[in-house]
Design a protein around this ligand. Structure first.
Ligand code: ARG
Length: 568
């Protein structure tokens, strides 16, 4: 158990003993201005003991005896404030770091159980937009977070490669394709065809019929329809793969919607057999009013076509049976909230039990409004990543002329891609983001480059001292000043932050934490001499702090999928 966790556990146990009662005891970090390291609100205990919080706090302050890592306990209104014993606490944190090394902050709560995470899941024959960036980046971060909790994450890319829209596209392609444009930029040409179909269909309603015919051909395995469809899938995947490579994003499985085309019938039959699905005007639906959803889930339309919902249901059942996961997680925009509520409710009606989570996130909008592929109002992910790396490259060329061209390209990639990821991961995912080139590509302030720079700075201090983080006893004098103690408590809290970020599906908690760590480190570095410390024991203990910052910064960024350069 990590020092911080053990310390808090000791405190809570001691309070329970002293109070002779149990209640919800949650320790928190007191607001700045309160001279204490941890605080306990006594309100829940007070109501249990039928006393005022004030009374409870003051009687406990005298009675409680806590192990070696706590120095003093004081009552302050309805709160108990704890001051940690700096020397033993700091040396225990430093020995955690020395023991866990790069794995500091990881846990084994998962015990190897699978967690299925569905993320990215773009649409075939459409370029990935910055909208899919969110799912990809947040999903990949959750994948890393769950791995560090000791789970076996099963990352799935649920590519949209099936459904009636392909009939439309096949028709549009055979009627209007511009061969040259298709050869040069296939996905953009396919997007043009999508948009054109919709426009033309508004004038000529018979087109929808043509679309349906092609859709049927595809489903029945017509060779021309199949071959074209396969080509669209192949071209799209090769574009997506380039993006995933740039982003360093991997999946255990790419299983598109078409994978479930031959599995939906069994699911539909199961739903009928269990009386969960009923006929309604020729369609087959699952009524959900009893669970507060007035819109039913449609399994099969009256024309016989199955839908996105049907394939998602088949996919969920497949995942549950294949991996028996501790959780099924879907990282998909908030605009699909209803879809997932329907899906989860239907699963439960069918008797499937488990933890089903829709990790939703806000839209990325443009200053002129919502993005829309149909209206051609999109920002392409590819363009964003290229531009990010270009801007980073200009910066690196200017600041690091000593590096070779290859090294500079590498650093520019790490910085540019990191900056884009950070914008997404540093704010609460539920908020909408207005896309802004300058913010997306910012290399300063609250940004990935600032955190990467913190790491580089810490590493360069260690290099000057002979590279390795010195081991050995931690000198209590190195926990004496406010900047030193601030760093120590931050380093101590990191494992708990990782746990919380994973369990609440909020990677931004890690990002916010790293920003505080960076700020604390820069403060420390300005005020406290490290390489010039008065004597050797002090110097080596402060170097341990610097080493801890480097480890936690690199490890934290790694959880977000952001790499660090050695120089910048
Ligand atoms: N392809 C869908 C879209 O772009 C997202 C799919 C999400 N995953 C799922 N299992 N429904 O809107």
């Amino acid at each position: 158990m990590y020092t911080y966790e053990a310390t808090k556990r000791d405190i809570v146990e001691a309070i329970r003993r002293a109070a002779g009662a149990d209640a919800d005891l949650v320790l928190s970090v007191p607001p700045s201005g309160v001279v204490a390291d941890l605080a306990l609100p006594c309100f829940p205990l007070a109501s249990r003991l039928h006393k005022s919080p004030h009374e409870v706090a003051s009687s406990l302050a005298g009675a409680v005896h806590i192990g070696p890592r706590v120095d003093s306990v004081r009552a302050d209104g309805g709160y108990l404030n704890f001051t940690l014993a700096r020397a033993p606490f700091a040396s225990s944190v430093m020995s955690d770091l020395a023991q866990w090394k790069d794995r500091y902050g990881s846990h084994d709560v998962g015990a190897g159980r699978a967690v299925v995470i569905d993320y990215s899941s773009p649409n075939i024959a459409k370029p990935m937009s910055v909208g899919h960036l969110r799912s990809t980046i947040i999903g990949a971060a959750l994948h890393r977070l769950y791995a560090s909790l000791g789970y076996t994450p099963v990352g799935i890319n649920h590519i949209a490669d099936w459904g009636t829209q392909f009939g439309k596209l096949l028709y549009a392609f055979t009627a209007w394709v511009d061969r040259q444009a298709y050869a040069e930029a296939p996905l953009r040409e396919l997007l043009r065809l999508y948009v054109k179909f919709d426009q033309e269909a508004q004038r000529d309603p018979t087109l929808d019929e043509r679309g349906r015919e092609w859709s049927l051909k595809l489903e029945r395995g017509d060779p021309q329809a199949r071959a074209l469809w396969q080509e669209f899938v192949r071209l799209s995947m090769s574009e997506f793969t380039k993006t995933y490579d740039l982003l360093d994003v991997r999946f255990e499985h790419v299983l598109g919607e078409s994978f479930y085309a031959d599995k939906v019938d069994a699911v539909i039959n199961e739903a009928i057999r269990r009386g969960v699905a009923v006929e309604d005007q020729g369609a087959l639906i699952v009524r959900l009013d009893d669970v507060g959803l007035s819109t039913p889930l449609i399994l099969r339309r009256s024309d016989g076509a199955t839908l996105y919902h049907t394939r998602d249901l088949a996919a969920a059942i497949y995942r549950l049976k294949t991996w028996n996961p501790a959780q099924l997680i879907y990282v998909v925009g908030a605009d699909q909230r209803l879809h997932f509520r329907q899906l989860f409710a239907t699963l439960r009606k069918l008797g499937y039990d488990g933890v089903f989570v829709h990790v939703d996130f806000g839209l990325i909008t443009l200053p002129e409004g919502r993005m829309s592929t149909r209206k051609g109002r999109v920002v392409f992910l590819e363009d964003v990543l290229e531009e990010a790396m270009l801007r980073a490259r200009r910066l690196v060329d200017e600041k690091n002329p000593e590096l070779s061209a290859d090294e500079r390209a590498d650093v520019a990639r790490i910085i540019g891609i990191g900056a884009v990821k950070y914008v997404d991961l540093s704010q609460n995912r539920v908020k909408n983001i207005v896309f802004d080139w300058d913010r997306m590509l910012s290399l300063e302030g609250d940004s990935a480059p600032y955190l990467q720079y913190t790491y580089v700075r810490a590493r360069s201090i260690l290099r000057k001292s002979g590279d390795a983080v010195p081991e050995g006893v931690f000198d209590p004098r190195a926990a004496a000043s406010a900047p030193e103690w601030g760093l120590i408590t931050l380093l101590a809290r990191f494992p708990e932050i990782v746990l919380e970020a994973a369990q609440t599906y909020h990677p931004h908690l890690v990002a916010t934490f790293l920003l505080s760590l960076a700020q604390a480190f820069h403060g420390f570095y300005h005020e406290v001499p490290v390489l010039q410390a008065e004597d050797a024991p002090l110097r080596q203990s402060r170097l341990q702090l610097v080493g801890g910052v480097a480890t936690v910064m690199r490890g934290g960024l790694d959880l977000l999928g952001i790499r660090v350069p050695e120089r910048m």
